[in-house]
Design a protein around this ligand. Structure first.
Ligand SMILES: Cc1cc2nc3c(=O)[nH]c(=O)nc-3n(C[C@H](O)[C@H](O)[C@H](O)COP(=O)(O)OP(=O)(O)OC[C@H]3O[C@@H](n4cnc5c(N)ncnc54)[C@H](O)[C@@H]3O)c2cc1C
Length: 373
């Protein structure tokens, strides 16, 4: 039996970030990861680090989280491939531009000024390769992108250096309440701690059910495409009002295309499959905005698995019924940017029982969690 102050289930970005922040506060922490650090969504996502277009409920946390990215090397000793290349959301009609202007007014009304609407001339200056029919855009100039696998590994490595133990190849199969503490049963060992963090990504619902919390959630299977190398032609990350698209060119010249088109996932097999029909929609969106993409060759595509909540907002909160059990999951397709700051929020909850960070919108009780235990 191994004892700790906190056990974190899941070695994705959220688990490693929570472990790092707990270790930096001198807590004994053990991360239990069924496969290896960064194996799932955190290691294979689009790497978009964006405040642009966030759900209004997420804006305050996302804005407070951005300085961690701009100083990421200070936190984890690696720049994680992060560049503040900007994010641009393109409008293809006057009506779409009006939607962006309305959104910017709403966000300004909440006291945030990071989203800026630009006209056709400025969008052309920022992204000369864009199709000529685009009439303007919203831009957040110091949003950016990072290398997802490198980032997740850097958080794991720094957590280890700070004293956390990370057990890879250790799947949690049971959790029991014993004498005011949690007994966590893995396939290889047993662990005891007063605090357990559920950072199990797509499988977080299953982990929650072990302590009696039943959440309504579904599994997303977002797909990505990478092309052959092309001469540099776009610097910011590009999205669009009317298309499911995230589009960026890597430093090596490959173009990485995502945007949330869905494949197929199987939680039992821990696997996802690409749906070629849907994948073609991503490729079509990219070609519509960047005519040169019509000749680009796709060299690889993949699919990542994660959890989606009905309101597409995460759960970052104590369990309503299981004492000392903290949930951090359900990022619904946009949890990478929130990784560094969520680690702080979780460590606050674990060590102080509360946090000053704006997480009220992410309460577990908003789903009227069934307490079966
Ligand atoms: C294709 C794709 C593109 C995306 N693009 C972006 C983007 O550009 N920007 C953005 O902000 N977000 C993006 N996201 C979302 C982002 O990747 C996720 O929100 C985030 O990585 C979730 O991190 P996590 O640590 O919660 O989950 P994960 O990275 O999935 O980690 C959970 C871990 O828990 C482990 N685990 C599960 N059950 C157990 C168990 N019983 N015992 C032990 N270990 C267990 C799993 O093996 C896994 O490693 C994208 C997601 C995908 C799939």
């Amino acid at each position: 039996m191994r004892e700790a102050d906190a056990i974190v289930v899941g070695g994705g970005l959220h688990g490693c970030s929570a472990a790092l922040q707990l270790a930096l506060r001198g807590r004994r922490v053990i991360v239990l990861e069924r496969r290896h650090v960064g194996r799932h969504a955190s290691g294979i996502n689009a790497g978009g680090v964006r405040r642009l277009g966030r759900d209004l409920a997420e804006v305050p946390l996302s804005v407070q989280g951005m300085p961690y990215w701009h100083r990421i090397r200070e936190l984890v000793g690696d720049d994680c491939g992060f560049t503040a290349c900007g994010h641009v959301k393109v409008a293809e009609s006057a009506q779409e531009l009006e939607t962006l202007e309305k959104r910017a007014r709403t966000v300004r009304g909440l006291g945030f000024d990071h989203e800026e609407v630009i006209d056709a001339a400025e969008v052309r200056r920022l992204v000369p390769a864009l199709a000529p029919h685009c009439v303007g855009a919203m831009v957040v100039r110091d949003d950016g992108a990072a290398d997802p696998f490198r980032t997740t590994l850097a958080f794991g490595t720094r957590a280890r250096e700070a004293g956390a133990a990370i057990e890879e190849g250790e799947a949690v199969v049971g959790i029991e309440r014993q004498a005011g503490s949690w007994l966590v049963i893995g396939t290889r060992g047993r662990y005891r701690a007063p605090v357990v963090v559920n950072a199990a990504g797509a499988w977080a619902g299953r982990l929650a059910a072990l302590v009696g919390d039943v959440f309504p959630m579904r599994t997303r299977a977002s797909m990505m495409i990478v092309t052959e190398r092309m001469p540099p032609f776009v610097l910011p990350v590009i999205g669009a009002v009317g298309r499911a698209l995230s589009f960026k060119q890597s430093p090596s010249g490959t173009v990485i295309i995502g945007g949330g088109q869905q494949g197929r996932a199987d939680l039992d097999q821990e696997q996802g499959w690409v749906d070629v029909t849907n994948l073609a929609k991503s490729a079509g969106a990219a070609a519509a905005l960047f005519p040169r993409m019509r000749r680009a060759r796709i060299v690889r595509s993949w699919c990542g698995i994660e959890a989606e909540m009905p309101d597409r907002l995460p759960v970052i909160d104590f369990s309503p019924g299981a004492p000392g059990f903290i949930h951090v999951f359900g990022f619904s397709g946009h949890g990478f940017q929130l990784g560094p700051i969520c680690g702080v929020a979780v460590a606050d909850l674990a060590t102080r029982g509360t946090t000053d960070l704006p997480i009220a919108s992410f309460a577990a009780r908003r789903f009227a969690v069934a307490e079966a235990a």
